[in-house]
Design a binder for this molecule. Structure first.
Ligand code: URA
Length: 196
């Protein structure tokens, strides 16, 4: 069973028990660029595909502006099951789910990873506490070496930017500014892709 709840307390069991579908990932298995969000929402839970709701539609527009087809990238989330009522992922859930994300990254071998939002950014960068603003400005890497082959250190450039759901909550000038910052970050990720 994919259910990750075994061994966790009752609070965390509900994440798997209340889901409709496991939302694993979608896209090109050979993608050079991989996007990682936080967790499925209601639309994703219903369809089994990440980023298909309002946040997903905004992500699609960003991809379009960059000249990227959704089918040419890979899209996944930190959590594979929708947390009840879209609550924030609990650190124990993130830890329980992260081996699946790590396995996806090993399989796809992207040239660059884009972390959407703070949760994905912290997990992928291995940082304990860092603001999204600091992550945006930092040169970050995802350590892709598996525990068994630690000597063969493999790192993937990591760009962390705002989550589309955050940008959707901005209005007027703030929305324009946030969108511009995201586009700058995504351009940086694309440049990495082409260089690597
Ligand atoms: N937000 C996410 O982080 N992931 C999704 O798949 C949808 C919304």
């Amino acid at each position: 069973d994919f259910c990750l709840s075994r061994g966790l307390g009752d609070v965390y069991k509900r994440q798997c028990q209340s889901r409709t579908n496991i939302v694993y990932g979608v896209g090109d298995p050979e993608a050079r660029i991989m996007f990682v969000g936080e967790a499925p929402g209601a639309d994703e839970d219903r369809t089994g595909e990440p980023f298909v709701g309002r946040a997903g539609q905004l992500l699609d527009r960003w991809l379009q502006q960059l000249g990227l087809a959704r089918s040419s990238v890979y899209i996944a989330n930190v959590l594979k099951c929708r947390p009840p009522n879209n609550r924030d992922p609990h650190p124990a859930e993130t830890q329980r789910c992260s081996p699946f994300l790590r396995a996806q990254i090993r399989a796809i071998e992207p040239r660059v990873i884009v972390g959407l939002g703070r949760h994905a950014g912290l997990l992928l960068s291995g940082r304990e506490d860092m603001s999204l603003r600091s992550m945006r400005g930092a040169r970050l890497e995802y350590d892709a070496s598996s525990p068994r082959e630690q000597k063969r250190s493999r790192v993937v450039p990591l760009v962390v930017t705002y989550h589309p759901a955050y940008v959707l909550r901005q209005h007027g000038e703030a929305e324009g500014k946030a969108t511009q910052m995201v586009m700058d970050d995504l351009q940086r990720a694309l440049a990495w892709c082409q260089e690597a």
